[in-house]
Design a protein around this ligand. Structure first.
Ligand code: ADP
Ligand code: MG
Length: 252
């Protein structure tokens, strides 16, 4: 299998805090890898480096045969990496459909704010974006809410909206930071099914998640961090029984 993402001994410190220390792992094309660990383990910091929010203090990240240190933050979507954040990032006053259309901004020439100017190409682009956005809403299961104001949606639906928007760039790798946080059991189960569908369509997922049922259910492989260091890696069955992993969670 292709190594889509190769995280090669990356570190990050914030002042005196060593948030991530020589962490190494990889994600194959089309694979679901879960990144787990107790609070403060460095999971979000790893996701921030992989998505180009900030560079590693040392080490390197290779994605799709490119060294990502040469790629600027705004070019990550075009390179094939897309993400959602631990806190919701939804435009409350826009409709659900418009919120997904924002996701196309980075991939079309005129983007959302360039459409509606009346040129033939802009109209074509807008039509394309609307159709694709609707298709993405269908994929995540909230197409019936397309014309609703996003601010009026329940929390679980907003989580799905964010995933639809992240998928607008047709990423090769989707990064998700605690997508099941605040969701009930049924919503979490539905989200797991969505991840399987996204995977079946060819997109790899790097999933940071606290819900262990979900992680064990959807992950092909699991990477475990504790206090900035990788303490284990393996398939779900191995990780569940790993004494180091159990100790890290008990010590929380
Ligand atoms: P996790 O997502 O696993 O809970 P984080 O990656 O958010 O952990 O944080 C890892 C460590 O780095 C924590 O000690 C946290 O306080 C620290 N940290 C994270 N981001 C920053 C930042 N921007 N400035 C200072 N310290 C930070
Ligand atoms: Mg976090």
């Amino acid at each position: 299998m292709d190594r889509l993402l190769h995280v090669n001994t990356i570190s990050k410190s914030f002042g005196g805090v060593q948030a991530v220390n020589n962490v190494e792992f990889h994600v194959h094309a089309g694979e679901i890898v879960a990144l787990i660990g107790p609070n403060g383990a460095g999971k979000s910091t790893v996701l921030n480096m992989v998505s180009g929010v900030f560079p590693p203090s040392s080490g390197e990240i290779r994605f799709d045969n490119r060294f990502m240190s040469t790629v600027r933050g705004h070019q990550y979507a075009a390179a094939g990496i897309s993400r959602t954040f631990q806190n919701l990032q939804v435009f409350d006053d826009m409709t659900v459909l418009e919120n997904v259309m924002v996701g196309f901004h980075s991939r079309t020439r005129s983007g959302l704010f360039g459409c509606g100017l009346g040129s033939g190409r802009s109209r074509r682009e807008e039509k394309f974006m609307r159709e694709q956005s609707y298709r993405l809403l269908k994929q995540v299961g909230i197409a019936e809410l397309a014309e609703k104001t996003a601010g009026n949606l329940p929390y679980g639906k907003l989580r799905l909206l964010e995933i639809a928007r992240a998928m607008a760039v047709e990423p090769k790798l989707l990064l998700l930071d605690e997508p099941a946080a605040g969701l009930n059991h049924t919503e979490t189960a539905e989200l797991s099914l969505l991840f399987k569908r996204i995977q079946a369509a060819g997109t790899a997922i790097l999933l940071v998640e606290h819900d262990m049922d979900m992680v064990m259910n959807v992950a092909d492989r699991i990477v475990v961090l504790d206090q900035g260091e990788k303490i284990a890696e393996g398939i779900p069955e191995e990780i569940q029984q790993n004494p180091k992993v159990i100790a890290a969670y008990l010590g929380q």
